[in-house]
Unconditional design. Sequence first.
Length: 470
Amino acid sequence: MKHFLILIILVISSITTFSQSKEQYKRQVDSLNTLNRQNQIFGDTLWVLDSSLLFGIPGGSNELMLERKYEVLKRNDFGNTLVALNKVPEFMEPFFLNTEYDSITYFDGVNIKQHYSNVWNSVAQTWIDNKYIEYESPDLLKEEFDKKFSNGIQQYYYGFREMYDNSNGRADTMLRYNYNSEINSWDKFRKTIFYYDESGDCTEEITKQFDEETNSWSNYYMYIYSYNNNGDPDTVELKSWDIESNNWRDNYIGYFTYDASGRLTNRMQMKYSIGLQEMINDNNLIIEYSNNNITHISQNWRMPNGPWENQYKVFFSYFSENKLDTIQQERWDTSSEQWLKEYLTVSQYDNHENIFEEIYYRFSGGDWTLETQTDFYWSPFISNDIPEIIESPLTAYPNPASTNVTFTVNNLTRYRDLTVNIFNISGQKLGEFKMNNGELHWDCSNVESGLYIYSSTIGSVKFSGKIIVR
């Protein structure tokens, strides 16, 4: 819906952060997107996402270490179900700890219908509720909640829940509840009522706040939207309720300008000055387009009489539609009156237009310094005659190991004669070993300490895992 987009645009400082986090969410969660290109359909699935951070190592050196792993455990029905596990390693150790568990269903393999997310209770050693989101239709949100759990105090300490009334095929009202950790309940907090014109565009949103003492709703803030002839937002006003005057008071107003192609080129925001009792300039966003490049320039108004002063410039480069390959942020230096580099994100894609690497740099000491690296591992969609990918039948213990590793299988009848291949981190094959009655012992006492990969193939499915030798 258009008014949701405008709320995002109004907050100029969040533009870059929002776009990056939204893209990350799509890659992690909505990764079953089907791509149509050159009359071919690629139903590729993101199986693993590894995020690494640059850590300072005792002795003064820096090392890129794995910080988070996101693994898809299974999928079925042409990608309409996805179950994924988010893990983080113990700091400075190669042991992964559970953090989040996602279970997702889709309307059509692209648009999310339901998304359950659980967090790991490290004390009780079990998964507990964390987040939930459900859509009535691909573009219509029905319910969402988010509860924050502390393993330290072993209880939820914050949360919210939003429920939408979509009985007319659109969002008519939204009720927001806050989580009360003392009595483990949801308390009424706010209510938003949406109003529409004849064309179906939202013209007003009125949000009320719940008063527990009077058990009633009171006005809190209101958005007013107007649109141009193309149906694009023209102005957005934010008003807050003034208790003293018992009336709405001006707060912010945003003006939107578009080019002949309907692309947003300028968003200027004004705010209400209580001291001056009038609206004054606040911030300005200029958007420039050039081929596959987009530049955002944000400015603030110098009080009291101007002019507009540059603040940040963000450069977006696309190698194809909606496929970002470069984001660079620069900050305006008032003393030298020039742009100074700050951050850079570079993404690379394969021939199916799946991202396989994203590197984040910070500009320091006259050069770009690598800060984080995220690797994405995809595989083509497997035919529907394989409804889901089963978990690996192999178990390796102890792990880490120092002298011997024992491999076992979870189904002796089916997997008793598996062949296991072991590789070092450089990809060199150390050996090919056949199980004897579902068991295999590998002597690792003579190999160097480090990370080793084991793998086995059953039909067309390949299983693999990691072993740490100390």
